[in-house]
Design a binder for this molecule. Structure first.
Ligand SMILES: *Cc1c(COP(=O)(O)O)cnc(C)c1O
Length: 556
């Protein structure tokens, strides 16, 4: 059936729409979902292409000795999605692979965005090809290539089969989707400039190892003549770089924060790279208590999140604190299921939750256990969450070590490690904590979005200056706290850990604890309003507006 023209077709390897649909791994998928929610709310005519992963994010359970188990979340697409009739084929290792699709109707205030999930788990396919949409980011280079062929080439073909003949822009959310340019090249007689006019690209990875690169031998074996004759001109001379392909065939490329834009320009000095700082879908991440509060005092905040910046000061202190305490009580009763030393709903509560990878420095807080115990002395409690990759013994060891260390100081500071970090738990944590702690190695966090989810619920960020927090802290240094100096003022790596840890303890002792305890929390509440105010900017309605002006247009 012919469809009306699309402003943008947004391609993403993962998307996190619901906790029970494990088609995501982390922040990239959460961002894709928020961008699509805002597109639907602001009336952008869009479609989203992703993959119907059987196994993406895994359910984590933690044994009392700190070891973890990761189990696939079993789900069946038909519970959540409508099956599409269309079928297309792509070529993998010389075989024709059939690709089917499932559709999720993402309904917003002004438009509905169909999210199309591609699926190769069809009886007609060879067993190995049925596995292509089995494990998100699992498998070897050949498997990764097949997955990227299905997403990029298969995605364009599927859109055409569904009747989308008029698509103004193809957006690549990370380099995984760059093969869409190959199908567009074929459609347009291998005219690079023609393709370029239709493409936009967002890069998300500030470290070289995070970019997909393939040997040409392997790429030819898997993709065959789907690679055009001039592939080495557009994707790299010696190896096939998905990022390079995406940049060279896009009219517009951006990073996801101002600092990440700078880092990306240094990585690809020949390219023009702009920046559009990430945001969150402000309504989605606002706890129900706070939604009611904003409905009463900030009319129009759902459609116009910038009102949160203009009107946050008008929220009544007592109401704000009451709603915060309700969200905090909910978090604490959830966390208390996982500890035999129950948390206190009136104690200063720091939450620190993220995917456990070394650049996020989850152990920074435990650099000096004695000092931490001395500073906290019953005045602070800590909630951790975060999954390691099931095949990552290092990350699993980190979690185990954190749990062991926290036991040693349990008389001074209550610490709970809550299992199974997923969007539902993220919602509880970012609404119910007092402080959101984030300590990435500088220049390694492209943006980060969990801290924004905290802001929208009046939770205060306490973070190293990286990604979005550099910009947020510059906008309003009263909205939270920074840990340590900017990257440019840093000593060497080892000293950095000491400097950051010491600054963390000192501020906790002399700023955070006294301010929290100051009469009726008045100073704290003033900061909470400023934290809410930051969402006037760090929201995906604004991102989508910027994408519309810069990426999904032919002007500029
Ligand atoms: C928001 C979110 C993320 C991304 O957060 P970071 O700021 O990048 O740590 C990852 N996982 C889940 C479940 C989230 O909700």
């Amino acid at each position: 059936m012919p469809k009306s023209p699309l402003t943008v077709a947004y391609f993403t390897m993962e998307i996190g729409l619901e906790s029970r649909m494990p088609t995501f791994a982390g922040g990239l998928g959460m961002l894709a979902a928020d961008i699509m929610r805002s597109a639907a709310d602001t009336g952008v005519i869009a479609a989203c292409i992703s993959m119907c992963w059987q196994h993406g994010y895994m359910r984590q359970t933690i044994h009392s000795n700190g070891t973890q188990k990761y189990e696939p979340v079993s789900w069946s697409p038909s519970q959540f999605l409508r099956k599409a009739d269309e079928r297309i084929t792509v070529q993998c290792e010389g075989r024709a692979v059939q690709v089917g699709a499932w559709i999720y109707e993402l309904k917003g205030a002004l438009a509905t965005v169909p999210v199309i999930f591609l699926d190769t788990d069809l009886p007609e396919n060879a067993p190995e090809d049925r596995q292509i949409t089995s494990h998100l980011y699992g498998g070897d280079g050949a498997m990764r290539l097949k997955q990227e062929i299905v997403l990029g080439i298969g995605g364009v073909k599927m859109l055409r089969a569904m009747g989308y003949s008029d698509i103004a822009k193809f957006h690549m959310n990370e380099g995984h989707a760059a093969f869409l340019t190959l199908e567009l090249l074929r459609e347009r007689n291998w005219n690079n400039d023609d393709v370029k006019r239709s493409c936009a690209f967002t890069t998300h990875t500030p470290v070289a190892a995070g970019h997909d690169v393939f040997d040409y031998d392997l790429a030819y074996r898997v993709a065959g003549d789907q690679l055009p004759w001039h592939i080495r001109e557009i994707a790299g001379k010696d190896r096939l770089s998905m990022t390079e392909l995406a940049i060279r065939l896009s009219r517009y490329t951006c990073g996801v924060s101002q600092v990440h834009g700078e880092v990306s320009r240094r990585m690809f000095p020949w390219a023009q790279i702009d920046a559009i700082t990430n945001g969150v879908h402000h309504v989605h991440w606002t706890a129900p208590e706070f939604q009611n509060l904003y409905d009463s005092y900030i009319h129009g905040w759902r459609e116009s999140p910038q009102l949160l910046a203009e009107k946050c000061r008008e929220l009544p202190d007592d109401q704000l604190w009451k709603m915060h305490q309700l969200a905090k009580d909910r978090l604490i009763s959830h966390a208390n299921q996982f500890t035999d030393v129950p948390l206190d709903p009136h104690c200063l509560t720091i939450a620190s939750a993220r995917r456990v990878v070394s650049y996020k420095r989850p152990e920074l807080l435990y650099t000096n256990l004695e000092r931490l115990a001395e500073v906290c002395q019953g005045k602070v409690q800590i909630i951790h969450a975060g999954n390691a990759h099931p095949q990552d013994p290092f990350g699993q060891g980190v979690i185990q070590r954190m749990i062991e260390r926290s036991r040693k100081i349990r008389d001074s500071v209550r610490i709970v490690y809550v299992p199974n970090y997923n969007p539902d738990l993220a919602q509880l944590l970012t609404a119910g904590a007092d402080v959101w702690l984030n300590t990435p190695t500088r220049l390694h966090e492209a943006s980060g979005t969990s801290g924004m989810k905290a802001c929208v619920n009046g939770v205060l960020n306490f973070s190293t200056l990286d990604g979005w927090w550099i910009e947020a802290f510059a906008r309003d240094p009263e909205a939270g706290w920074r840990i340590g100096p900017l990257a440019s003022a840093l000593p060497n790596a080892e000293e950095t850990t000491q400097v950051d840890a010491e600054d963390l303890y000192t501020q906790l002792q002399y700023e955070l604890i006294p301010e929290f305890e100051y009469k009726d929390h008045v100073r704290w509440i003033r900061r909470m309003k400023r934290s809410i105010g930051l969402i006037g900017f760090f929201n995906t309605h604004r991102c989508v507006g910027e994408y519309g002006k810069k990426a999904w247009t032919n002007e500029q």
